[in-house]
Ligand binder design. Structure first.
Ligand code: SF4
Ligand code: SF4
Ligand code: SF4
Length: 267
């Protein structure tokens, strides 16, 4: 923690960055995101096991970008989100400095994005163990049982879109769900519309999800929507042999074509 604060102060004092995005303890005692522009306030930065939010979601927000060059406290999911955002041209590597945090809480010094990429390549990139167990349980259900499971879960959806807002890869200025000419997805919450919304979002995240789990944590009614995109993480690995967010020059698996792509999933 001390090293993190020192590094943040150094970056702000030397005007290498204009803002540090990190975590602090809020007035209620809960951890919350913080945006520090004054080095004298960097002492409020914390990092512990409660700091799990994917802060990369703020890197594309105009309210944050307006500060100028951004520093960000980054666990592995945040580092991988940064890679996706760079490869999708949503973030310039020159506009971000990463204060990496290793799995055991050490501050990592990344000279540049390439060094961070080497670090990511050495990490375990599959879905977290807890979600792997949940996915294995779901995958044991037959088609009808799976449909009934998701229909029951989606019936709780109130279309608040917190899942979308919390995901760094849902950065569209106008989400497809908000288009009304044509109206792809009904505004109101109903069984068919809810199912359509979740299928649409899952497909938009296919091969781009980095398994942070933030969308599921954000859901106020406890729908495990992250399991849908995490299932597609497994599928992208199984069919295309890739995980998202491991390079700043990756293309999404569903937006590229190679002559030797497997086609077995089409039939
Ligand atoms: S659900 Fe699709 S259209 Fe909507 S913000 Fe996410 S990626 Fe964009
Ligand atoms: S787990 Fe959810 S929030 Fe995280 S990258 Fe995947 S879709 Fe986005
Ligand atoms: S956060 Fe939950 S309730 Fe809100 S739209 Fe997403 S799944 Fe539905």
């Amino acid at each position: 923690m001390h090293n993190l604060i020192l590094k943040a102060k150094e970056l702000l004092e030397n005007k290498i960055v204009s803002v540090i995005i990190g975590f602090e303890t809020g007035s209620s005692g809960k951890v919350r995101p913080v945006f520090i522009t004054d080095s004298n306030k960097a002492d409020s930065l914390i990092f512990d096991e409660r700091c799990i939010q994917n802060l990369a979601v703020y890197l594309t927000k105009k309210e944050v970008k307006q500060f100028g060059k951004m520093g960000i406290v980054a666990t592995l999911p945040i580092m991988r989100s940064i890679m996706v955002l760079i490869s999708e041209q949503q973030l310039s590597p020159e506009n971000v400095v990463v204060l990496g945090i290793s799995g055991d809480g050490e501050v990592l010094d990344f000279a540049d994005i390439t060094v961070m990429q080497h670090y990511i390549e050495k990490c375990e990139l599959g879905n977290p163990a807890k979600e792997q167990d949940m996915l294995a349980t779901l995958n044991r259900l037959n088609m009808q049982e799976k449909f009934e499971f998701w229909q029951k879960e989606f019936s709780k959806c109130i279309k608040c879109y917190a899942c979308r807002q919390s995901c760094p890869m849902c950065y569209c200025t106008r989400c497809a769900v908000e288009c009304n000419q044509p109206q792809w997805i009904p505004v109101q919450s109903n069984n068919l519309g809810n199912m359509e919304w979740h299928i649409l979002r899952a497909m938009h995240l296919a091969g781009r999800c980095i398994s942070c789990g933030e969308c599921g944590r954000a859901c106020p009614v406890g729908i495990p929507c992250h399991l849908l995109t995490m299932h597609l993480v497994d599928q992208a690995q199984s069919y295309f042999g890739v995980y998202a967010g491991i390079s700043d020059k990756m293309s999404s698996v569903l937006s590229t074509y190679a002559p030797n792509d497997k086609e077995s999933f089409i039939i």
